[in-house]
Design a protein around this ligand. Structure first.
Ligand SMILES: NC(=O)c1ccc[n+]([C@@H]2O[C@H](COP(=O)([O-])OP(=O)(O)OC[C@H]3O[C@@H](n4cnc5c(N)ncnc54)[C@H](OP(=O)(O)O)[C@@H]3O)[C@@H](O)[C@H]2O)c1
Length: 337
């Protein structure tokens, strides 16, 4: 199959190109080449999608499948206009951030309402405009649905994607922290749900979707697991099968300005409950039935640790520092004593 990856220079896009190449497909990646480079063995076409004519370098070519990761509605509109009639199957990588309700566990594509699209002048949810990320992805989905026949369109709403080459430190924080050993601050409660998807599993599903013609809208995320099982699996994957976890109440963490999810002073993959009780507790039985396969999380952790080591990446950018973690734990034990 001839497959076009619109993107393909970072994390998921590279994984899609790698998987497609290894499956014997003919792969083209089209991007500027600013964010990174494509994997070896694929064709790279330099394009700038900010221009409506940005995909003219692909004029006259046909593709059996396209995978697009864009977050800009204008990019989505330009892509369907430029490639209409020359593509067999489209996959659009959307996000769980399109949902308007993150508080209800067990939500599905059919039951969870969506955010409205952004006002027309908002087209780039980066920098100071990141609050528009979900609405812009809604508008991208709408741009594909407006033009592409629904029998040929797969909208994949990815949840937290983890594994090697992740440019964020969200999963990497736990990989490093558990690999380091010692007493580990575990946020919230052991039974709180955590949900993620290995980048290679998601990439594999996207490539197979092009091959089999999967149509419809699905969440691109594995089944939820209790936080205790999540931490145990990561610990096992990094060679520390008996982690020394200290569970700390969320209110205590919030009082000490320990922040949720990502960024400075954050404990990644932790979100306050009950406000976010549905964010990592989606019912993904439809996705699993539609061909998403998920590897054991310990394998993902092992591969991520190897990559972090091989990449000689600098210390955790974001996440709770070891000093701050030690201080919070000391206060927690002091209060309990
Ligand atoms: N990471 C997560 O946990 C997560 C969770 C939910 C959903 N998602 C979704 O998953 C996808 C992740 O994709 P990804 O990992 O490949 O990263 P990405 O950062 O979304 O990749 C964007 C791609 O578009 C290209 N691009 C950007 N501006 C361009 C332009 N003007 N012209 C042409 N190409 C341009 C970039 O390459 P150049 O800069 O080289 O041009 C890059 O290859 C996204 O759709 C994201 O919304 C991610």
């Amino acid at each position: 199959m001839r497959i076009l990856v619109l993107g393909g220079t970072v994390f998921l896009g590279r994984a899609v190109a790698r998987h497609a190449r290894d499956a014997g497909h003919e792969v083209t990646c089209a991007a500027r080449g600013v964010a990174g480079t494509p994997v070896p063995g694929v064709r790279f076409v330099a394009v700038d999608r900010d221009s409506p004519q940005g995909l003219s370098m692909l004029e006259g070519e046909t593709f059996d499948a396209v995978v697009d990761v864009t977050r800009r509605p204008s990019h989505a509109r330009h892509a369907v206009a430029a490639l209409a009639g020359r593509v067999g199957h489209w996959s659009y990588v959307s996000t769980g951030s399109v949902y308007a309700d993150h508080g209800t566990p067990g939500g599905t594509v059919a039951t969870t309402p969506l955010l409205p699209p952004p006002p027309p002048e908002i087209d780039d949810p980066t920098g100071d405009a990141q609050q528009w990320y979900g609405p812009c992805k809604v508008a991208c989905e709408e741009a594909f649905r407006a033009v592409v026949d629904e029998q040929r369109l797969f909208v994949c709403r990815a949840g937290l994607i983890v594994g090697p080459e992740d440019p964020t430190e969200r999963f990497g924080y736990w990989v490093r922290r558990l690999a380091d050993g010692g007493e580990v601050l575990a946020p919230g409660t052991p039974d709180a749900p955590v949900q993620c998807v290995d980048v290679a599993d998601l990439a594999g599903w996207l490539v197979r979707a092009g091959k089999t013609g999967l149509a419809g809208t699905y969440d691109g995320i594995g089944a939820p697991m209790p936080r205790a099982a999540f931490l145990a699996a990561v610990a096992a994957g990094v060679g520390r099968p008996q982690p020394r976890l200290t569970w700390v109440d969320q209110d205590f963490l919030i009082e000490r300005d320990v922040r949720p999810w990502a960024g400075e002073r954050a404990l990644p993959l932790w979100l306050p409950l009950p406000e976010y009780a549905g964010f990592m507790a989606r019912d993904v039985s439809a996705s699993l039935a539609a061909g998403l396969t998920t590897r054991p999380l310990a394998e993902t952790a092992r591969a991520t640790l190897e990559w972090l080591g091989a990449a000689h990446r600098p210390g955790v950018a974001g996440g709770l520092s070891r000093e701050d973690e030690t201080n919070v734990l000391r206060e927690w034990h002091g209060r309990r004593a």
